[in-house]
Design a protein around this ligand. Structure first.
Ligand code: NDP
Length: 505
């Protein structure tokens, strides 16, 4: 039986008589202002694009669920983690970081790994990356860093001088640079990579006991990466290959999954640990803090509409439910502000009402009102202030984080790090990587750093030398640099090295 035809309407539901011919004054005459259907169509089209994300603009997403598989109630009172077998609906988004919305999925870049959990205590957002560390550890450097990964102000092209100038003047970046220039910087697809919190977070239990935690979502598909030549080819042939891969896998019933493993450390031990656990350029060695398996993330639903779900999805590291809290990681502290702020800019003050962002299992009962695009009942006739004596929603003191001590002087203090910026990158290079990993790492660096000015090459290669003399020597040889000069630069302080490698134009 033929389907009953639906009538085309304007945005306001008025039937449209003709959608092929604009209304003109005579067959050859000008178009009439009274063709309000045309005006409405063009007006809406002119406003179809919203500001793209300043970072993580290109992404793909899917829905699914998270299931808790181990008893973690001694660490956290979060209700969605309270019972083995309990499932929570999620929406996940994966992305590259530096490129624009149309850029290639195979670019060398960290990958965003964000998951929104629609819990019964409100939305919990996990907003991580596929790398366990980051380039910088102070948010004052963030906008500068991102500028160097984007386009040159004059040429509007990606610029190896900007890229490596900043990194070579920011030695704490070398751990992440080593991960990024390994083949993990070009994961084969979004399904074949891990997701890490990178930051330390806090979990606390019903008794008010606190623990520091790191999240590791380990891919059940296995890690699979692209070699440089393969990534370049795919970027040209199909810039959307990872977006397509995720969609097609789910459409074909091959649902990707990740096992959540947690590293957990009692609160006091964290303050005295020999690595600074609030420094995002460091990991917690597995041998010292073994990860424990606690859950499974499964993606089994493609978005019905890309714009409504993936483009409008808005994740905030500050969306934490009772039982989960922040840590003093300075990068995390700044992200608590920045994500919400950027979503207000991108989507408007009522972005939390969009279906993908709305807390679907714990209805919002705040006193926030009005603003652009308030698309619900806006609190109806109920009170819009607190305290009130008209039966409005009340704060629940049991929802709060246990009090924690803050001490010391307020100041612009660097992280206390006894020259440890090179050690973990050295372990990665020497002990974790295979011969093939090291060959690819050196080739990938030489290929990219080779485009920068020689003085910048010298400065950056000296940093690789500090991580491991063999690492620095191989990069120097690949770039045709004098290894003795690299050795001399590596022995200098960072300031002396910067002075010795001069200024460019
Ligand atoms: P381990 O040997 O216990 O762990 C090394 C981990 O490195 C692996 O478990 C794997 O993590 C990851 N890895 C494996 N191959 C590569 C690669 N080619 N490139 C990047 N990462 C890789 O040692 P430690 O825990 O002491 O860590 C040693 C170094 O490994 C760290 O300095 C860090 O650079 C890196 N690393 C450590 C992680 C941690 O949380 N401890 C996590 C990831 C990397 P995974 O199973 O998560 O893929």
């Amino acid at each position: 039986m033929a389907k009953a035809k639906k009538t085309l309407t304007t945005a306001f539901g008025i039937p449209v008589a003709d959608d092929q011919n604009s209304m003109t004054a005579g067959a050859r005459g000008p178009v009439l202002m009274q063709d309000v259907h045309l005006l409405e169509k063009l007006g809406h089209f002119d406003r179809e694009r919203i500001p793209e994300r300043v970072v993580h603009a290109k992404g793909a997403g899917a829905g699914g669920y998270f299931e808790i598989t181990a008893d973690v109630t001694k660490y956290t009172k979060a209700k969605f983690l309270s019972e083995v077998g309990k499932k929570t609906e999620v929406f996940a988004r994966f992305s590259t970081v530096g490129g624009e919305k149309g850029s290639a999925d195979a670019a060398r870049d960290p990958r965003g790994f964000a998951v929104k959990f629609y819990t019964e205590e409100g939305n919990y957002d996990f907003v991580g990356n596929n790398t366990p560390v980051f380039f910088i550890r102070d948010p004052l450097k963030f906008s500068d860093f991102i500028h160097t990964q984007k386009r040159h102000p004059a040429t509007n092209c990606k610029d190896p001088d900007m890229f490596w100038d900043f990194l070579s003047l920011t030695p704490e970046s070398v751990h992440q640079v080593t991960v990024l220039f390994s083949d993990r910087g070009t994961p084969a697809t979004y399904r074949h990579m891990n997701g890490y919190s990178s930051h330390t977070f806090k979990w606390y239990n019903e008794k008010g006991e606190s623990f520091w935690v790191q999240y590791h979502f380990k891919t059940d598909q296995g890690i699979k990466n692209l070699a440089r030549e393969e990534a370049s080819r795919i970027s040209g042939e199909n810039p959307d290959h990872a977006t397509e891969d995720l969609y097609e896998a789910i459409a074909g019933g091959d649902f990707p999954s990740w096992t959540l493993e947690m590293q957990i450390m009692p609160e006091e031990e964290g303050f005295n640990y020999h690595w600074d656990i609030f420094d995002i350029t460091k990991v917690w060695p597995h041998a010292e803090v073994p990860p424990i398996k606690v859950g499974k993330l499964v993606l089994n639903r493609n978005p019905i509409n890309y714009f409504s779900e993936v483009e409008q999805a808005a994740f905030c590291p500050g969306n934490l439910v009772p039982g989960i809290a922040t840590s003093p990681d300075k990068m995390l502290q700044a992200r608590l502000f920045s994500y919400h702020d950027t979503h207000i800019h991108r989507l408007g003050p009522n972005y939390h009402l969009l279906p993908v962002n709305a807390p679907k299992n714990a209805p919002e009962t705040s006193y926030q009102r009005d603003g652009f695009m308030r698309l619900d009942e806006n609190g109806g006739g109920g009170p819009n202030y607190w305290p009130n004596s008209f039966g409005g929603p009340e704060p629940d003191p049991t929802a709060g984080e246990p009090p924690f001590e803050v001490k010391d002087l307020a100041a612009r203090t660097p992280y206390p790090h006894p020259n440890d910026d090179f050690q973990q990158a050295g372990v990665l290079y020497r002990k974790v990587m295979t011969d093939e990993d090291r060959d690819h790492l050196i080739g990938n660096i030489v290929d990219h750093l080779g485009g920068a000015q020689k003085r910048i090459q010298l400065r950056q290669t000296a940093i690789f030398y500090k991580v491991d003399p063999e690492y620095g020597t191989r990069v120097a040889e690949g770039l045709g640099l004098d290894v003795k000069e690299i050795e001399r630069l590596a022995e200098m302080s960072q300031d002396d090295r910067a002075n010795a490698t001069g200024e460019g134009v």
